[in-house]
Write a protein that binds this ligand. Structure first.
Ligand SMILES: CC[C@@H](C(=O)O)C(=O)SCCNC(=O)CCNC(=O)[C@H](O)C(C)(C)COP(=O)(O)OP(=O)(O)OC[C@H]1O[C@@H](n2cnc3c(N)ncnc32)[C@H](O)[C@@H]1OP(=O)(O)O
Length: 329
């Protein structure tokens, strides 16, 4: 028997008001993602370096830059607070623009580090051992960084880590929290955590799992070996730009241009691109509460291991001699 068409009045088109739309769909400020004020206060004056945000670096594109070049952009507690603020500012910008009639042109964000290295993980010499190995420190650091990278991942913006040098430890985790990684033939990405006596502490284990099969993830995390450009390309973890040395800012902007402009060079409607990002994220479980639940497990492991003998030995070796994991690269 042919299917009978539905009566017209059975099809209800509920067009949500702007207010309802915000409520259901737009970056709810979930309490689990709210940074702890005590941690922000504690961390903001610890260590050197900075993280800057240029919200309108290029048409439709913001730029976040890590600046601690003499330490390969290692992330001090102060920089963690700066990064949290930058991500918060981007959330606000996206939110504000939803209220505007015209909307804004913000579509993507490039993350990079001064001098081309993205980040060499936690700044191991920023914090005295009495503080760094205090049980509360690992909880504070990993909670803040988990929240911040997860919020970065949930942004309705296309995120790109642009790297011409190293992304090591937490730096690899930062890179993996982005939608894309743009690298040079010289880029090295290394989940060095096993050699530091810990598991990933900023969310990178879960993020790597979203790209690769179980056995591969285990091999990369369990050996801590260095991944070069060719392998990263083959694993579809990164896009490689040819050239001796890439300018990370400009290469990043160029890469995102296909999202900001159409083939005729006209700006795309940014609110549609942002909605597209939300849709793809939701469909693939990126930045969802389910992903956050997995991250909680990762954080528990890290907190358990940080400060134990294997970790202390590795950190002390690096800080004492400056010759830690780097020799194994
Ligand atoms: C808590 C989070 C946890 C995680 O979840 O992963 C971490 O991030 S723990 C930290 C993990 N990171 C590391 O262990 C990286 C250690 N660094 C290296 O392996 C190498 O420095 C490098 C990044 C591969 C670069 O090697 P190379 O090009 O040979 O330069 P140098 O080694 O000479 O480095 C220059 C300079 O920078 C200092 N440096 C580098 N990384 C850090 C760091 N993470 N913390 C503090 N300082 C760092 C290094 O000591 C050199 O200083 P000087 O000797 O004074 O020039």
């Amino acid at each position: 028997m042919p299917a009978r068409p539905l009566p017209v009045n059975a099809i209800r088109l509920d067009v949500p008001t702007l207010k309802q739309r915000h409520k259901s769909n737009f970056l709810p400020r979930n309490t689990y993602l709210k940074p702890d004020t005590k941690t922000l206060k504690d961390f903001k004056s610890f260590g050197s370096g900075s993280v800057s945000l240029a919200p309108r670096y290029a048409p439709g594109i913001a730029l976040i830059e890590l600046r601690n070049a003499e330490k390969k952009n290692a992330m001090s507690p102060k920089m963690m607070v700066d990064l949290t603020r930058a991500v918060g500012d981007l959330e606000t910008l996206c939110k504000d623009t939803e209220d505007e009639k015209e909307g804004s042109d913000l579509v993507g964000v490039v993350l990079c580090g001064e001098g081309g290295d993205l980040c060499s993980g936690f700044d191991l010499s920023s914090t005295p051992p009495t503080k760094a190995f205090h049980p509360s420190f690992s909880t504070q650091m990993s909670t803040l960084m988990h929240q911040t990278l997860h919020r970065l991942r949930r942004l309705p913006l296309i995120t790109l880590a642009s790297i011409s040098g190293h992304a090591i430890g937490g730096g690899a985790e930062l890179a993996l929290s982005c939608d894309y990684r743009l690298i040079s033939p010289h880029t090295r990405l290394k989940f060095v955590q096993i050699g530091m006596g810990v598991t990933p502490g900023w969310g990178g284990g879960v993020y790597l799992q979203s790209h690769l099969r179980h056995g591969k993830v285990l091999e990369i995390l369990g050996t801590g070996r260095s991944l070069g450009a060719e392998e990263l390309r083959r694993l579809e973890l990164a896009e490689v730009v040819d050239g001796e040395k890439i300018c990370v800012r400009e290469a990043g902007v160029e890469f995102l241009r296909k999202f900001t402009h159409d083939a005729q060079g006209n700006l795309r409607p940014a609110h549609v691109v942002r909605e597209m990002k939300r849709l793809v994220s939701a469909a693939s479980g990126v930045g969802t509460e389910e992903e956050w639940e997995m991250l909680e497990k990762e954080r528990e492991s890290f907190v358990r291991l940080w400060g134990q003998w294997a970790n202390r030995q590795a950190v002390e070796k690096f800080v004492g001699t400056g010759k830690g994991e780097r020799n194994n690269l």
